[in-house]
Structures are given as C-alpha cells and as structure tokens.
Design a protein around this ligand. Sequence first.
Ligand SMILES: O=C[C@H](O)COP(=O)(O)O
Length: 251
Amino acid sequence: MTKPQTFLALNWKMNKTPSESVQWAEELLDKLGDLNIKLAIMAPSVSLAGLSGVLGDAQVGLGAQDISQHESGAYTGEVSAAMLKDLGVQYAVIGHSERREYHFESDAVVAAKAVQAIKNGIVPIVCVGEKLPEREKGEHVSYTLNQLRGSLAGVELKSADDLVIAYEPVWAIGTGKTATAQDAEELCAAIRGVLKELYPQFADQIVVQYGGSVKPDNISEICSQPNVNGALVGGASLQVAGVVGMVEALK
Ligand SMILES: O=C[C@H](O)COP(=O)(O)O
C-alpha cells in the first residue's frame, strides 16, 4: 500500500491573539523551505480571517478548531461551515477530546459536525481516543473503535481526501507522556480496519494522524509507522522553531 502524503496539523487550541497569529504565520513562511508534507494551522476562529490573508495560496493550509453542527439560524455563538469556507478554511478539527469533555460533545454531535464540514467542502479531522482508565483495563482498542463508528455515523465520502482521522489517547495530550510508536501504530491500524469496512474504496488513502505530546524529537519515529500518516500537534505547534523542527525531522 502506498502511504498517503504525511499531514502535520498544528492545533493552537486557545492560544495567540489575531495579531500574534498573523505575525507568527509571517515568521513561519519566512523560515519554511520547500515542503514535502501537508502542513496546516488550526487556529481560533477570530484569527482565521487574518491568517487567510497571510497564507493566501502559500503551501500552508488553514483550519478551524470546531464547526457548528447546524447549517445556519438561531444558534448564538456558533460558527457555520459555510462561514468558514467563505474565509478560505480548508480543514476543521472535530470532536477533539477537550470539546468532548468540556462541551459534552457526543459521537452523534461529532458526526453531525463532520457531515456539515464535508457538505461545505471542508475536511473534518475527526478525533478519537481513549482515556487512561480504558487503557489500564486493556479496553483502549474497543473503546476507540466504538467512538470512531459513532463519530462517522452517516458520514459519506466522495474521495479519500474528504476525511482525516486523528487518534489521540487523552492520557498523552499535553502531559509529555507520548504513546510509543507501537501504541500509535496499534490503534491507527485498527482505525484503518474500521475505515476499510466503512469506506472500502478509500480506506488505504485516508490520512490517519497520531496526536499527544508530539515534538521534533519523536515525530519521525511515530510517522514512520505503516498506518500513521501524520500528526495533530498542540504544545509543540506554538513556537515557529518547534514547527520548523518537526518539518525538518520529517524530511
Ligand atoms: O490537538 C492536539 C492534541 O490535543 C495534542 O496536544 P499536545 O501536542 O499538546 O499533547
């Protein structure tokens, strides 16, 4: 199987003001050489317009960190997929564990958001992954695959490029505890198995990322696993040097 192109997605979470974002992106573009991978910034919604202006048609893509499950209407505070698309947004993180935990997003809500994204030409990066108790009970595979099936209910694809999955074990997020490359491969391979059932014609080419304390030192080993096609990175994505380090490590 030919692996899909490696995709490094930078999830800034709730960091950087709009003006800091623009300055950061200008510095990154200045320091980045030619890319042999896909690279995109997942920014807070208030920073997307400014970033869109800076990134333009450059080789760095633009993503949001969430999307409304609704098309439009009386949903105060929500941002629709169509609004994001209009700004030039190409990707959206959907169902991140922080949204599942702090905003009580269920698998059904995650699936509805993924449907909205695809309908509007935005690629959802659908996040799944177990917490520590499931890992300790040895239930991490079944838990994550159940979550995946629920989060993809009713999600239809026209091509492999319509969807990205991120496997993020919650115990490894922001803790400095990285899953081993073998842990990442175990789950990413299992995820691909479910993708083969759901989307047999596209599964081999759907990008499956790993996320959780990824940094320049460990990204290469993790992404060299057969079923790992990139990373969703939080902490190490906040400094330009960290991003340049990860891009270099993947060369
Ligand atoms: O979306 C990114 C993940 O939550 C990983 O965050 P982290 O790299 O800070 O552990």
